[in-house]
Design a protein around this ligand. Structure first.
Ligand SMILES: NC(=O)c1ccc[n+]([C@@H]2O[C@H](COP(=O)([O-])OP(=O)(O)OC[C@H]3O[C@@H](n4cnc5c(N)ncnc54)[C@H](O)[C@@H]3O)[C@@H](O)[C@H]2O)c1
Length: 248
């Protein structure tokens, strides 16, 4: 998809990868709505982006994506303010929480509800204009992560859901894509670096800058292959699960 003139909603867009994806869309001539629980940071980010890319290019909407009604309402507000939206990036995520169900709610359930709401908005058979849904999973959605089993469960879920729902909504004019980054330098990772075991693990895998993940995001959006899963690790991006016959 060419991003010029396109309008995107990005959950967890106040910082980190979400902010990086927003900058890419704005640089390409689009507009963004950032949804996040962090109100002052979200407003600050939207102000920074408006100053850089022009007033009205970014809006912030306070939203906890685990609250389905508020998430639905936030998407409606984004559609009203932007005129519509063509892209939803389900990016909000956390790495760990004392209650494992919170991790599943943010990282998996909210990706599913966001996808369902966006499909309703975009579906061409009901007057929508089609669109792209991009779900942010992780390398921990492709291989075991013994240090973070609940996170891995949520991210494997995002991969399985995206590969399954993509073909199911294609006839409605909607495509679903999935991005699986390994470690990138964002607060999600850097706050845990004082833990020596974690730091050693991150060093063994390599730590990407946000820009490398954003570049993979740009490839995914440009290629627009429905139900595709793009893995990005330091210096290497690769489509996974390429379609093969009778590969059950
Ligand atoms: N940074 C990495 O190494 C890495 C690697 C693989 C996948 N990811 C995934 O990328 C996505 C973005 O991660 P990041 O590294 O930018 O993290 P981050 O912590 O820097 O940013 C995540 C954002 O999500 C927001 N958020 C959290 N819970 C929310 C909720 N309930 N409702 C709305 N917003 C909420 C946070 O406030 C924050 O602004 C996540 O899904 C994460 O799992 C990150």
């Amino acid at each position: 998809m060419k991003l010029e003139g396109k309008r995107a909603v990005i959950t967890g867009g106040a910082q980190g990868l979400g902010k990086g994806f927003a900058e890419h869309i704005l640089e390409s001539g689009g507009q963004v709505a950032l949804l996040d629980v962090k109100v002052s940071l979200g407003l600050e980010t939207a102000n920074e982006l408006n100053a850089k890319y022009g007033q009205g290019s970014a809006i912030f909407i306070q939203c906890d994506v685990t609250d389905k009604e508020r998430f639905k309402r936030a998407l409606q507000v984004a559609a009203q303010v932007l005129g519509s939206y063509d892209i939803l990036v389900n990016n909000a995520g956390i790495s760990s929480h004392e209650d494992f169900e919170v991790v599943l709610k943010i990282n998996l359930s909210a990706v599913i509800s966001g996808t369902m709401f966006a499909v309703e908005h975009m579906r061409e058979d009901k007057g929508g204009r089609g669109g792209l849904i991009i779900n942010i999973s992780s390398a921990a959605g492709l291989m075991p992560a013994p240090m973070e089993p609940i996170y891995a469960a949520s991210k494997f879920g995002v991969v399985g859901f995206s590969r399954s729902i993509g073909p199911a909504v294609e006839s409605l004019g909607v495509k679903v894509l999935c991005l699986c980054p390994s470690f990138a330098r964002t607060p999600l990772v850097t706050v845990h670096l004082e833990n020596e075991d974690f730091r050693n693990f991150v060093e063994s895998m390599g730590l990407m800058e946000v820009s490398e993940v954003v570049e993979a995001f740009a490839t995914l959006v440009e290629d627009e292959r429905n139900a595709s899963v793009l893995s990005i690790t330091p210096g290497k991006k690769e489509y996974r699960f390429q379609k093969r016959k009778a590969n059950l």
